[in-house]
Design a binder for this molecule. Sequence first.
Ligand SMILES: [Zn+2]
Ligand SMILES: [Zn+2]
Ligand SMILES: [Zn+2]
Length: 354
Amino acid sequence: MKLFQCSHCKSAVFFENDNCVHCGHSLGFLPQALKMIATAEDQKFEYPQQSGTLYNYCANHIHNACNWLVAAGEGTTFCKACQLNHTIPNLDKEKNLKQWRKIERAKHRLIYSLQRFDLPLSIQNKDSETLALSFDFLAPQQVKGAIKPVMTGHLNGLITININEANAVHRESMKAKMKERYRTVLGHFRHEVGHFYWEVLVRANDKNHKEFTALFGDASQDYGEALQRHYINGPPKDWRKTYVSKYASSHPWEDWAETWAHYMHLIDTLETAYTFGIQTRPQLGESVKMDTKIDFDPYREQDFEKIINRYIKLTFALNSLNRSMGQPDLYAFVLSAVDIEKLKFVHEVIPKND
Ligand SMILES: [Zn+2]
Ligand SMILES: [Zn+2]
Ligand SMILES: [Zn+2]
């Protein structure tokens, strides 16, 4: 994530801010410029480079769920990220509102990254069907006295998220039950959107599909049966050698989605490090080379070796910082050579525009 500045007073602000704590001006995020715009003296949002165009907050700002801007007269009251919502929970319930806000925070970060990658939000698959990215944010409902569960998942561009995932107790208990190392709302989004882009970046491209099969396995094997087998038998004993997570071993599609999510984790983390000008020089003596310098925009970097080598060294520092606060490791994974090959494949199938 980029580092943002209030356009009025130039103070550093967070992506989620709708107000500058330094100058007091209202702030909104202008997605097409990737900038935080402050209101002018007349309380209106105007982007100086496009003088004359006024912007309003997205309609979800009244729920404190979005700080993005929409051009007045654009014909929609929802921003680029909120237009993708197909279903949101019943906001009359306070619990739903609180959880949905957390879901929205993660969703906006996801859309930011997709925009940085220049990835389209609607795609044509191999069968020439148009698939549009959209979201169902659902709360489990009482049906005839029983709770009907909501399964987080993806189907033809529609991503379903159980809003209880925004609840830390629920999430941690699921994490323990599923024996996972990492579980976050943002992680769910990144995983699910991976399934969506598989259609266009892998399945629709014969060369990529062939390489995918060689690296991840044959995706035509029965998906339902594969998942069933995974839940009954668990992952193979030596899964660490070839999979980034246990779940990745269930089916090539899940392996891809897990790898894709990791790629998004590392690119976002590197962008944050880049905008902060982070470099590390661990005091280990001359002979140990653990120095790293994040001096490149990872969204535009072609050289995957550079990305991965510097990222691994960066996580050594980041994990150490987290441990100093009694927190779990920021990146709690050890990447095998095969995992890195798969990450490289993700890197290569995403088109890089300069
Ligand atoms: Zn300010
Ligand atoms: Zn919005
Ligand atoms: Zn999946």
